[in-house]
Design a binder for this molecule. Structure first.
Ligand code: C5P
Length: 219
Protein backbone atom coordinates (compact mmCIF):
# COMPACT_ATOMS: atom_id res chain seq x y z
CA UNK A 1 0.00 0.00 0.00
CA UNK A 2 1.44 3.33 -1.06
CA UNK A 3 -0.33 6.41 0.24
CA UNK A 4 -1.21 8.83 -2.58
CA UNK A 5 0.90 11.57 -1.06
CA UNK A 6 1.36 13.34 -4.40
CA UNK A 7 -2.25 13.23 -5.59
CA UNK A 8 -3.00 16.31 -7.70
CA UNK A 9 0.71 17.22 -7.95
CA UNK A 10 2.82 17.44 -11.09
CA UNK A 11 6.35 16.07 -11.08
CA UNK A 12 8.97 16.69 -13.76
CA UNK A 13 12.18 14.65 -13.92
CA UNK A 14 15.31 14.44 -16.02
CA UNK A 15 17.10 11.10 -16.25
CA UNK A 16 19.94 9.29 -17.98
CA UNK A 17 23.02 10.66 -19.71
CA UNK A 18 23.17 13.26 -22.45
CA UNK A 19 24.84 12.64 -25.80
CA UNK A 20 26.82 15.45 -27.33
CA UNK A 21 27.45 14.92 -31.05
CA UNK A 22 30.84 15.50 -32.59
CA UNK A 23 29.83 14.48 -36.09
CA UNK A 24 26.92 12.42 -37.51
CA UNK A 25 28.33 9.16 -36.11
CA UNK A 26 30.35 10.12 -33.03
CA UNK A 27 29.83 11.94 -29.78
CA UNK A 28 30.63 12.08 -26.08
CA UNK A 29 28.41 10.76 -23.34
CA UNK A 30 28.71 9.26 -19.85
CA UNK A 31 27.82 6.07 -18.03
CA UNK A 32 24.49 6.96 -16.44
CA UNK A 33 21.94 4.14 -16.86
CA UNK A 34 18.92 6.27 -15.95
CA UNK A 35 17.70 3.63 -13.47
CA UNK A 36 17.32 5.96 -10.48
CA UNK A 37 15.40 8.57 -12.45
CA UNK A 38 13.09 5.97 -14.01
CA UNK A 39 12.47 4.39 -10.59
CA UNK A 40 11.62 7.84 -9.17
CA UNK A 41 9.23 8.54 -12.06
CA UNK A 42 7.45 5.27 -11.36
CA UNK A 43 7.30 5.94 -7.61
CA UNK A 44 5.95 9.47 -8.17
CA UNK A 45 3.24 8.11 -10.46
CA UNK A 46 2.30 5.48 -7.90
CA UNK A 47 2.11 8.24 -5.27
CA UNK A 48 -0.59 9.86 -7.40
CA UNK A 49 1.40 12.49 -9.31
CA UNK A 50 1.13 13.42 -12.96
CA UNK A 51 4.65 12.63 -14.13
CA UNK A 52 6.73 13.89 -17.06
CA UNK A 53 10.09 12.17 -17.58
CA UNK A 54 12.68 13.75 -19.86
CA UNK A 55 15.16 11.05 -20.77
CA UNK A 56 18.54 11.08 -22.46
CA UNK A 57 19.58 7.99 -24.43
CA UNK A 58 18.88 5.00 -22.14
CA UNK A 59 17.78 1.39 -22.58
CA UNK A 60 14.83 1.36 -20.21
CA UNK A 61 11.10 0.86 -20.68
CA UNK A 62 8.79 3.77 -19.87
CA UNK A 63 7.13 3.29 -16.47
CA UNK A 64 3.35 2.79 -16.79
CA UNK A 65 1.35 6.01 -16.66
CA UNK A 66 4.38 8.26 -17.15
CA UNK A 67 4.68 10.76 -20.01
CA UNK A 68 8.16 10.40 -21.50
CA UNK A 69 10.03 12.76 -23.81
CA UNK A 70 13.33 11.53 -25.28
CA UNK A 71 16.21 13.92 -25.91
CA UNK A 72 19.86 13.61 -26.83
CA UNK A 73 21.90 16.66 -25.86
CA UNK A 74 22.01 18.90 -22.77
CA UNK A 75 20.73 21.84 -24.84
CA UNK A 76 17.72 19.80 -25.99
CA UNK A 77 17.16 18.62 -22.41
CA UNK A 78 17.11 22.23 -21.19
CA UNK A 79 14.72 23.32 -23.96
CA UNK A 80 12.25 20.48 -23.32
CA UNK A 81 12.51 20.98 -19.54
CA UNK A 82 11.70 24.69 -19.76
CA UNK A 83 8.80 23.99 -22.12
CA UNK A 84 7.35 21.44 -19.65
CA UNK A 85 7.95 23.60 -16.55
CA UNK A 86 4.77 25.68 -16.25
CA UNK A 87 2.44 24.16 -13.64
CA UNK A 88 4.98 21.70 -12.22
CA UNK A 89 5.13 21.29 -8.42
CA UNK A 90 8.39 19.33 -8.22
CA UNK A 91 11.48 19.13 -10.43
CA UNK A 92 13.89 16.24 -9.82
CA UNK A 93 17.15 16.45 -11.77
CA UNK A 94 18.64 12.96 -11.87
CA UNK A 95 20.21 13.29 -15.33
CA UNK A 96 23.97 13.02 -15.60
CA UNK A 97 24.26 15.98 -17.94
CA UNK A 98 27.53 16.20 -19.88
CA UNK A 99 29.46 19.17 -18.56
CA UNK A 100 30.82 20.03 -22.00
CA UNK A 101 29.83 19.58 -25.63
CA UNK A 102 32.03 19.78 -28.73
CA UNK A 103 32.27 23.46 -29.69
CA UNK A 104 30.96 22.58 -33.13
CA UNK A 105 29.28 19.57 -34.70
CA UNK A 106 30.78 18.53 -38.03
CA UNK A 107 28.18 18.20 -40.78
CA UNK A 108 29.92 15.10 -42.20
CA UNK A 109 31.90 12.30 -40.59
CA UNK A 110 35.38 13.47 -39.65
CA UNK A 111 37.70 11.34 -41.81
CA UNK A 112 41.09 9.86 -41.06
CA UNK A 113 43.37 11.35 -43.70
CA UNK A 114 46.16 8.79 -43.38
CA UNK A 115 48.72 11.32 -42.15
CA UNK A 116 48.54 10.09 -38.55
CA UNK A 117 47.27 13.50 -37.40
CA UNK A 118 44.56 13.45 -34.74
CA UNK A 119 41.66 15.90 -34.57
CA UNK A 120 41.93 18.73 -32.05
CA UNK A 121 38.69 18.90 -30.12
CA UNK A 122 37.42 22.12 -28.58
CA UNK A 123 34.61 22.16 -26.02
CA UNK A 124 31.91 24.55 -24.83
CA UNK A 125 30.33 24.40 -21.37
CA UNK A 126 26.77 23.10 -21.27
CA UNK A 127 23.98 24.97 -19.49
CA UNK A 128 23.19 23.85 -15.92
CA UNK A 129 19.58 22.68 -16.22
CA UNK A 130 18.92 22.38 -12.48
CA UNK A 131 20.38 25.80 -11.64
CA UNK A 132 18.46 27.38 -14.53
CA UNK A 133 15.15 25.93 -13.31
CA UNK A 134 15.84 26.78 -9.65
CA UNK A 135 16.60 30.41 -10.55
CA UNK A 136 13.22 31.00 -12.19
CA UNK A 137 10.65 32.99 -10.26
CA UNK A 138 8.05 30.24 -10.82
CA UNK A 139 10.49 27.46 -9.78
CA UNK A 140 8.88 24.27 -8.46
CA UNK A 141 10.36 22.42 -5.45
CA UNK A 142 13.78 21.46 -6.88
CA UNK A 143 15.77 18.33 -6.04
CA UNK A 144 19.32 17.74 -7.28
CA UNK A 145 21.64 14.74 -7.15
CA UNK A 146 25.32 14.66 -6.31
CA UNK A 147 27.92 12.01 -7.01
CA UNK A 148 31.06 12.84 -5.07
CA UNK A 149 34.15 10.77 -4.38
CA UNK A 150 35.12 12.56 -1.13
CA UNK A 151 33.83 15.01 1.51
CA UNK A 152 30.30 14.05 0.55
CA UNK A 153 28.31 16.18 3.01
CA UNK A 154 30.47 19.26 2.57
CA UNK A 155 30.29 19.10 -1.23
CA UNK A 156 26.57 18.33 -1.21
CA UNK A 157 25.82 21.33 1.02
CA UNK A 158 27.98 23.56 -1.17
CA UNK A 159 26.15 22.30 -4.28
CA UNK A 160 22.78 22.90 -2.63
CA UNK A 161 23.66 26.53 -1.94
CA UNK A 162 25.38 27.11 -5.28
CA UNK A 163 22.42 25.81 -7.28
CA UNK A 164 19.91 27.36 -4.82
CA UNK A 165 17.88 24.14 -4.40
CA UNK A 166 16.24 23.03 -1.12
CA UNK A 167 17.28 19.36 -1.37
CA UNK A 168 20.37 17.55 -2.67
CA UNK A 169 20.49 13.76 -2.74
CA UNK A 170 24.03 12.43 -2.56
CA UNK A 171 24.99 8.95 -3.69
CA UNK A 172 26.78 7.21 -0.82
CA UNK A 173 29.32 5.56 -3.18
CA UNK A 174 30.94 3.41 -4.42
CA UNK A 175 29.97 4.24 -8.00
CA UNK A 176 26.40 3.15 -8.63
CA UNK A 177 26.37 3.33 -12.43
CA UNK A 178 24.09 0.67 -13.80
CA UNK A 179 23.72 -1.04 -10.42
CA UNK A 180 20.32 -1.96 -9.02
CA UNK A 181 20.98 -0.77 -5.49
CA UNK A 182 22.34 2.34 -3.83
CA UNK A 183 22.49 4.22 -0.52
CA UNK A 184 21.58 7.89 -0.32
CA UNK A 185 22.25 10.90 1.87
CA UNK A 186 19.51 13.55 1.87
CA UNK A 187 20.95 17.01 2.46
CA UNK A 188 18.69 19.97 3.15
CA UNK A 189 18.72 23.07 5.33
CA UNK A 190 18.00 20.93 8.40
CA UNK A 191 21.11 18.80 7.86
CA UNK A 192 21.58 15.27 6.56
CA UNK A 193 19.55 12.07 6.72
CA UNK A 194 20.69 8.69 5.40
CA UNK A 195 18.57 6.25 3.42
CA UNK A 196 20.46 2.96 3.92
CA UNK A 197 21.45 0.68 1.06
CA UNK A 198 18.45 -0.77 -0.72
CA UNK A 199 17.16 -1.53 -4.21
CA UNK A 200 16.83 1.64 -6.30
CA UNK A 201 13.10 0.93 -6.61
CA UNK A 202 12.72 0.90 -2.78
CA UNK A 203 14.89 3.98 -2.35
CA UNK A 204 12.78 5.74 -4.98
CA UNK A 205 9.60 5.12 -2.96
CA UNK A 206 11.30 6.41 0.22
CA UNK A 207 12.71 9.45 -1.56
CA UNK A 208 9.36 10.37 -3.14
CA UNK A 209 7.87 10.14 0.34
CA UNK A 210 10.55 12.47 1.74
CA UNK A 211 9.96 14.93 -1.11
CA UNK A 212 6.17 14.82 -0.61
CA UNK A 213 6.61 15.61 3.11
CA UNK A 214 8.89 18.57 2.35
CA UNK A 215 6.49 19.81 -0.33
CA UNK A 216 3.57 19.64 2.10
CA UNK A 217 5.56 21.58 4.71
CA UNK A 218 6.42 24.33 2.25
CA UNK A 219 4.85 27.70 3.04
O1 C5P B 1 27.21 20.11 -10.81
P1 C5P B 1 26.89 18.64 -10.78
O2 C5P B 1 26.89 18.01 -12.14
O3 C5P B 1 27.66 17.84 -9.80
O4 C5P B 1 25.36 18.63 -10.23
C1 C5P B 1 24.58 17.50 -10.28
C2 C5P B 1 23.13 17.90 -10.27
O5 C5P B 1 22.85 18.96 -11.17
C3 C5P B 1 22.25 16.76 -10.75
O6 C5P B 1 20.99 16.90 -10.13
C4 C5P B 1 22.18 17.02 -12.25
O7 C5P B 1 21.02 16.43 -12.83
C5 C5P B 1 22.12 18.52 -12.30
N1 C5P B 1 22.76 19.10 -13.49
C6 C5P B 1 21.98 19.72 -14.46
N2 C5P B 1 22.60 20.30 -15.56
C7 C5P B 1 23.94 20.26 -15.69
C8 C5P B 1 24.73 19.62 -14.72
C9 C5P B 1 24.10 19.06 -13.63
O8 C5P B 1 20.75 19.74 -14.34
N3 C5P B 1 24.50 20.81 -16.75
Amino acid sequence: FTPKRLAGKRVLLTAGPTYEALDPVRGITNRSSGKMGFALAQAAHRAGAEVTLIAGPVHLPTPAGVRRVDVQSACQMLEVTLAALPGQDVFIATAAVADWRPASEAEHKIKKDGSGQTPQLAFTENPDILATVAARPDAPYCVGFAAESEKLLEHAQAKRLRKAVPLIVANLGPATFGKDDNALLLVDEQGARELPRAAKSDLAVQLIDEIAQRLAARP
